[in-house]
Design a protein around this ligand. Structure first.
Ligand SMILES: Cc1cc2nc3c(=O)[nH]c(=O)nc-3n(C[C@H](O)[C@H](O)[C@H](O)COP(=O)(O)OP(=O)(O)OC[C@H]3O[C@@H](n4cnc5c(N)ncnc54)[C@H](O)[C@@H]3O)c2cc1C
Length: 389
């Protein structure tokens, strides 16, 4: 039976793993014993009762656990036919046929590889921690600090800042919430202006103080610095005294820490450390190595639902190559001509745009589709848990 190795159990990784587990041996390599549903982190960092909904165990990911495995480890390097682990997995139980140890190097060979190493983001919004306990403690710390703070600054004006502002306002009517953004509008980017037209009045009614075209002169470097009382200096020469300043900017591709040993074709990453993929989601120059999600050059606009679609195309193409039926490989195309987006403003408000048509949704549909559970239930189901805790 062919072996497919998937690096990373994020949105793209788990979509491909579940799509492929019946046709091959699938080995997912992920440092954490859980999938972190970071889309829900904007709520979990305000409402601590939501934290456990964002930490989805990986123990039931596969229907055939004797054949398919989740290996708790980090990949250090990718070769043409194997991946080398940074160190031994947390547990090697049931992995003796899978792990190869040579010259102090622990590796796993593959017939097909999918690289789904995603991106990292400032704590508390994404988890780069090994234990669920640590990520829980961080989110609890932020929620407690938000509760005791009166003046809260969110640095950045994209969906993360706006959604966090909405969650804070939903829980606390009286806090002074400010957003500082270097852009001329909130949620800048390739979205239909109808989304902003629906979102802006919601933000105005919620009494959020937005400073446009302004940068902070420095960015808190650690979570503790974010949670400290501080004077924030701004590029317009003014300053703000706040009780905390959450950094809502700065995704970095997970592939930036991944080393490639792919012979002469070593230039698999572009200058931004994104893995260069073709339309079939194959890494340029390789038939059996695929990549999907935030760590690739596919789609400038990095979101989980596009990573999921890219991974499903990669999975279909791996299945075609395994079947050796010479059918042409599928080419990935982002759905619709519009950039779909659903931005919540707490559980009861929001704005969005569907990928098809030209229909902007508001505070009736967005809470029904996303706001009620931030899509968490869907990912518990994908990971083999029909009911979320
Ligand atoms: C706060 C926040 C809110 C967001 N909200 C939305 C939203 O509402 N809708 C939306 O569509 N998108 C949203 N996004 C974007 C979305 O989270 C990303 O696009 C998504 O996480 C990308 O999925 P991925 O599978 O590519 O990577 P990730 O989810 O980043 O997963 C990558 C996985 O790979 C693992 N990994 C990395 N390196 C290695 C290695 N060397 N070895 C082994 N494993 C490794 C990581 O531990 C991680 O588990 C949001 C992002 C943030 C930060």
């Amino acid at each position: 039976m062919p072996r497919i190795v998937i690096i990373g159990a994020g949105y793209a990784g788990i979509a491909a793993a579940t799509a492929l587990e019946s046709i091959a041996q699938v080995i997912v390599i992920e440092p954490k014993p859980y999938f972190f549903h970071n889309v829900g982190a904007v709520r979990a960092c305000v409402d601590a009762s939501f934290i456990n909904k964002c930490i989805v165990p990986l123990d039931k990911l596969f229907k055939k656990p004797a054949q398919n495995k989740v290996v708790q480890a980090r990949v250090a390097a990718v070769h043409k036919d194997k991946v080398v682990l940074e160190k031994a997995p947390e547990s090697t139980e049931g992995l003796s046929d899978i792990l190869s140890t040579n010259d102090n190097e622990i590796s796993i060979t593959f017939d097909y590889l999918l690289i789904a190493t995603g991106s990292t983001y400032n704590a508390p919004f994404k988890s780069d921690f090994n234990s669920a306990q640590e990520v829980t403690q961080n989110l609890e710390k932020v929620a407690a600090r938000i509760k005791e703070s009166q003046k809260i600054l969110l640095i950045g004006g994209g969906p993360v800042a706006v959604e966090t502002a909405g969650e804070i306002r939903h829980m606390y009517a009286d806090k002074e919430i400010s957003i500082v953004t270097s852009s001329a509008e909130l949620v800048p980017g390739p979205f239909n202006p109808k989304v902003r037209a629906k979102l802006n009045p919601i933000i105005a009614a919620a009494n959020i103080n937005v400073k446009y075209n302004t940068k902070t002169t420095s960015i808190p470097a650690t979570l503790d610095e974010q949670l400290s009382k501080q004077r924030v200096e701004l590029s317009d020469g003014t300053s703000m005294d706040v009780d905390m300043a959450l950094v809502c900017i700065g995704a970095t591709p997970g592939s930036s820490r991944l080393h490639f040993e792919l012979g002469d074709n070593a230039s698999v990453k572009n200058e931004r450390h994104l893995i260069k993929v073709t339309g079939t989601m194959q890494v340029e120059g390789f038939e059996n190595i695929f990549a999907a999600g935030d760590s690739t050059t596919a789609d400038e606009y990095k979101v989980s639902f596009l990573g999921d679609l890219q991974a499903k195309v990669a999975a279909k193409n791996i299945a075609k190559l395994i079947a050796k039926n010479n059918k042409p490989l599928e080419v990935y195309k982002a759905p619709g001509s519009q950039r779909a987006i659903f931005i919540t403003f707490g559980p009861k408000l929001g704005a969005g745009l569907f990928p098809f048509g030209n229909f902007a949704a508001g505070s009736t549909l967005v809470p029904m589709i996303k706001g009620k559970d931030m899509f968490a239930g869907r990912f518990w189901a994908t990971a083999g848990y029909p009911k979320m805790p």
